[in-house]
Design a protein around this ligand. Sequence first.
Ligand code: HEC
Ligand code: HEC
Length: 193
Amino acid sequence: MSLRALIVAGGVFLAGAASAQDLPQGDPAEGRKLANMCRTCHGIDGFAKIPIAPHIGGEPAGYIAAQLTAFRSGARMHEMMSVVAASLSDRQIADVAAWYGAQQVSASVPAGADPAPAPCAACHGEDGIAVVEDAPNLAGETNIYIDTQLKAFRGGKREHEVMSPIAAELTDTEIRAFADWYGAVELTITSPE
Ligand code: HEC
Ligand code: HEC
């Protein structure tokens, strides 16, 4: 599939992502309280505390809400997150997504590093901060997390109109190289005050 076709497919997915868009408007202050349920793994500001958990601070609120909805419905599965999401109401998902989505992120590519992987930068950015609304930031995620997700898309355990066909084309060596590149980017998360 050409990159243009993939970007068009991404737009179609955006229009079709109804479940998260139907959620109520989130209240970040309520979400801040709920984040106590998340802090041991993701931190209060969304900077992860354990290597298998992703940094979620500053991800688009719509992306966070969509993933929580997917864990709750079983469309995406994980032994920890499926349990956490099962207990969340629509309002709580909207609130906690609003809190984490309101964090500010910045990324710094290490001096001398290669440019961002070419097939990925159109959506995930030159520094790993996403440049399309429905895509997550990859900057500073651990290589373990990125490797796991790409293999989940490739193997069908996680599905997405845009990422599944992209991952299907990747070799283990490419997955490792891309995961290492994003993992080496330094991510900073700052809470809005
Ligand atoms: C016990 C640890 C733990 C707790 C508590 C936890 N998470 Fe997670 N979370 C994880 C792990 C591990 C993953 C990665 C799942 C995977 O590999 O698919 C994850 C993934 C996610 C993702 C997907 C992010 C992405 O980039 O796709 C979101 C969103 C998320 N968690 C939000 C939350 C919220 C909100 C809470 C609190 C209400 C929470 N989590 C509580 C461990 C945790
Ligand atoms: C056309 C846009 C587009 C391109 C190109 C693209 N991605 Fe994605 N990527 C997305 C979207 C959208 C998602 C969110 C998928 C979902 O909602 O489950 C995503 C999700 C991911 C995730 C999961 C991150 C997380 O936090 O769970 C990883 C890892 C990823 N992409 C890596 C890559 C890599 C590596 C490349 C290049 C080989 C790439 N992507 C190219 C749009 C894109």
